[in-house]
Design a protein. Structure first.
Length: 363
């Protein structure tokens, strides 16, 4: 009890803001700028995605910015007077960044605490190729394409070599998305566990998820090739498992209209569309069945989303992306209406009233 009272006493005498102290600071001098406003934005990925926006006063080209960060965030900087010139960068906790130059990858320079010293070395490497790319933009179209391919063919292995030589530096993690796209996962795997699971973890997790999806889609396209399904085709069996691990057979639904609803727990518009889709399901349940096909998700997130949103229809999950390729899914939500005889009638991208109008007329 005495220890608890002592804790309360210490809490009372601590200055306001002690637990909210900023752990990141950036100061800088922007060349060729007088008084302006610097717009800073960065993305927080966890526990849910949000974009933080700050406006900083620039006086005689100089500015100062601080924040409390829980992990490293990717973001951008641009002047209110010139929003087209954007510099993409990183904001890292327990670091101090010093900026000079212009808000341009080639003309921006970093110094300060260890992370930003490492970051400047990464940018020095990138500048070599960016300068070449900038020069190639002045070439005729027929030459520019050849030069760009040559520059990128040299830059990708150079970036991978840097990653292999500096796997224990946090700033190296900012370079992994610049290697050849099919080597991004390999590049992430070359980082030390301390870097992979440290301040850059959320950013690396996001990149790993995104490029895993890219590779899955590529593999699915290679499997499907020209074997896609169009309006009027008979729908094949999906071969997908439901929440209990059983394969759902579409032939068991013959005699009813069927809607294949391609969605994901991550898809805001998919979730927003559930209430109206539930109304139609209840209205036409004697003639209609809906099969939710979860895409680009983990099994855990899929099951949790179905439970959270109390979605009453059948559910299966696409693990390899092949079904999406077969049905030419280009975005989410994506709905396919199938006749009682098992043929494709219509397909709809997004939450569209056209789907409901057609369903009303048909059912």
């Amino acid at each position: 009890m005495k220890q608890y009272r002592r804790f309360l006493f210490l809490l009372a005498i601590l200055p306001i803001g002690t637990f909210a102290k900023d752990n990141f600071k950036m100061t800088g001098k922007i060349d060729g700028v007088g008084n302006d406003t610097l717009c800073i934005e960065y993305v927080i990925l966890q526990p849910q995605k949000q974009i933080v926006k700050r406006k900083i006063v620039v006086k005689n080209g100089e500015f100062s910015f601080s924040a409390k960060l829980s992990e490293a965030y990717s973001g951008s900087m641009f002047l209110k007077s010139n929003p087209k010139e954007i510099l993409y960068t990183y904001f890292v906790p327990n670091e101090e960044a010093v900026f000079c130059g212009r808000l341009d990858l080639v003309k921006a320079h970093w110094s300060g605490s260890p992370f930003y010293q490492q970051y400047e070395r990464v940018k020095n490497l990138q500048r070599l190729f960016e300068i070449e790319l900038a020069a190639a933009r002045n070439e005729p179209d027929s030459i520019r394409g050849l030069k760009n391919r040559d520059i990128r063919s040299r830059s990708h292995p150079a970036y991978m070599k840097y990653i292999e030589e500096h796997p224990d530096e946090d700033a190296t993690a900012t370079l992994v998305i610049y290697v050849e796209y099919d080597q991004v996962l390999t590049a992430i795997g070359k980082l030390t566990p301390e870097v992979r699971n440290g301040r850059m973890k959320a950013e690396l997790d996001q990149n790993e998820m995104m490029f895993s999806l890219v590779m899955k889609r590529k593999a699915a396209r290679d499997v499907v090739k020209n074997d896609t399904i169009i309006i009027g085709d008979q729908v094949p069996e999906l071969g997908l498992k439901d929440l209990d691990g059983n394969v759902l057979e579409l032939k068991s639904l013959r005699g009813k209209y069927v809607v294949l609803d391609f969605w994901g727990s991550w898809c805001t518009w998919c979730i927003k569309g559930f209430p109206k889709l539930k109304e139609y399901y209840a209205k036409y349940k004697d003639r209609l069945e809906i099969v939710g096909i979860d895409c680009n998700d983990t099994a855990e997130k899929w099951a949790a989303a179905v439970k959270k949103h109390k979605v009453p229809w059948l559910h299966v999950r696409s693990e390899d992306g092949i079904i999406e390729q077969k049905f030419r899914v280009t975005g989410y939500p994506f709905k396919v209406l199938i006749s009682p005889e098992g043929t494709v009638l219509k397909a709809y991208l997004g939450e569209t009233e056209e789907f409901y109008h057609y369903s009303d007329a048909t059912l």
